[in-house]
Design a binder for this molecule. Structure first.
Ligand code: PMP
Length: 470
């Protein structure tokens, strides 16, 4: 080793050099940082496990490497192979980094809901990224789950990772995240709060900590539009719980195998708006640049603060970095368009309150086009949301039905599913009227307005807006 500066050059043959052999060795051992201003009013010590310090800027580096190493050991991944995965970005980043060091190719599928930057970042690491539609069932051949599973079968010498059902995911957190938190808090942790998606982080970390101290409470953070909380509470995968949401990284519309629900004491749901606003607060008040699920987790903690006492030590996981959300949460225009900035004045709730007939009337996918048309006529509607097992999956308008019937009168006896169009957009009941009217002015005749906390849906049409505003 040669030392420069003003001193003479010195050769130190026995110097112990401190370096990582490659970037993968920097994964893990992330810091625990006390939160101060965003948790003012919470009677407990709240510590954030800041996972942005991993080389891919997210907690997912841990499980990505573990899934690859376990696949190498079991022979599922062979030298020069192709790694295939459906990923919203963070797992992809971890896999892409490991693939570079280990000499594999990567193909990722993701959804059109995810930030564009996330896909671009994966491409920067040499991965191929295929964008798939969000608003289709997981079993639909176009869904990002199905496309990645299919490619895994078609491409020779490939390994389909499947982070949802690959138990190396939760094992990584059992082996690393859990022990780190236990050591960093010297066993004093009383509560773990984790945004839950595949279930790997909450199950692995929670299981380790509960084995150390069964009194530790594990609270999962879920989002409105996801089926996790209801499933945890009832054992039923209720399709009514499922609808498109904005929050990224957490919530699921199916139950991945990585879950062990016995480890989880409670799920708290947080709205898209509360999560987005809190994500910005964390950056501005704590100086920690985090992503969407960190905002969900802190907002969820605030919702549950009355369950805590001063001696409690809460550890909350900050999964990923805010730089991935520059075009969304950290973009004022995007926040405004979503109606997340509070404004004085009228909101969707006022319009709902002023309507005489507020009950949401729908047609089931299997009802005939003729039946749907009579519902439309009886109620003097111009359109109707279409549901499958109670979940809104599409929309039909009177105009569209007529134009299809003119082409093919036989359609009258066919299920409405055959001609339904895309479901109308969902908006929060607190959305300001100007944001609502922007959405209604574009291609949408109507929007579904959700009161997340009361669990009720309403429809607001252009005519309703006109009635109220004029
Ligand atoms: N937050 C973010 C930003 C994520 O990408 C994920 C992974 N989907 C999670 C939270 C949830 O973690 P897990 O999949 O381990 O449940």
């Amino acid at each position: 080793m040669i030392y420069g500066s003003n001193s003479a050059l010195v050769y130190l043959p026995n110097l112990l050099l401190m370096y990582c052999k490659n970037i993968l060795e920097t994964i893990g051992n992330t810091p625990l940082v006390k939160l101060n201003k965003v948790v003012e009013g919470v009677n407990a010590t709240v510590l954030a496990k800041v996972e942005t310090f991993n080389p891919g800027n997210s907690i997912k580096d841990r499980m990505a490497l573990k899934m690859i190493e376990d696949a190498e050991k079991s022979g599922k991944l062979k030298p020069g192979g192709t790694i295939i995965e459906g990923t919203s970005g963070n797992t992809g980043m971890g896999l892409a980094i490991a693939a570079i060091i280990k000499g594999y190719k990567c193909i990722f599928t993701t959804t059109d809901k995810q930030s564009k930057e996330k896909a671009d970042a994966l491409r920067a690491f040499g991965a191929e990224v295929i964008i798939c539609p969000t608003n289709v069932e997981p079993e639909d051949p176009r869904s990002y789950y199905s496309v990645s599973a299919r490619l895994g079968k078609e491409i020779p010498n490939s390994f389909y990772v499947n982070q949802y059902d690959n138990l190396s995911n939760r094992q990584a957190h059992y082996e690393q995240t859990g022990p780190e938190i236990w050591e960093q808090t010297e066993g004093k942790i009383t509560h773990l709060i984790v945004g839950a998606g595949t279930g790997g982080t909450i199950t692995g970390t929670g299981k380790f900590l509960k084995e150390k101290n069964p009194n530790i409470k594990v609270w999962g953070i879920d989002t409105y539009g996801s089926a996790l909380k209801k499933y945890h509470e009832t054992g039923v995968l209720d399709k009514n719980e499922i609808y498109p949401y904005v929050t990224e990284g957490i919530g699921e519309d199916f139950i991945p195998e990585n879950y062990d629900f016995s480890v989880i004491d409670h799920f708290e749901k947080v709205t898209d708006k509360d999560a987005a606003l809190m994500t910005r607060e964390i950056v501005r008040k704590e100086g920690i640049w985090v992503g969407n699920s960190a905002g969900s987790a802190v907002a969820g903690l605030l919702q549950m603060k009355d369950k805590l006492k001063p001696t409690d030590v809460v550890v909350i996981i900050f999964h990923d970095h805010g730089s991935r959300y520059l075009a969304k949460i950290f973009n004022d225009e995007w926040m405004r368009a979503k109606g997340y900035f509070d404004k004085k004045g009228m909101t969707a709730a006022d319009i709902v309150g002023s309507k005489k007939n507020v009950e949401l009337i729908t047609a089931g996918v299997n009802q005939t086009v003729g039946e749907a048309l009579s519902i439309i006529h009886q109620n003097n509607f111009s359109q109707l949301p279409v549901t499958r097992e109670g979940r809104i999956v599409g929309n039909i308008t009177e105009n569209h039905i007529y134009s299809e019937l003119i082409k093919n009168p036989e359609l009258k006896n066919k299920p409405v599913e055959t001609i339904m169009e895309e479901a109308m957009p969902f908006m929060d009941i607190h959305t300001p009227v100007d944001t609502l009217s922007d959405t209604l002015c574009k291609q949408n005749q109507a929007v579904i307005v959700k009161d997340f906390k009361a669990d009720r849906n309403y429809i607001i049409t252009r005519q309703d807006m006109v009635d109220v505003l004029c």
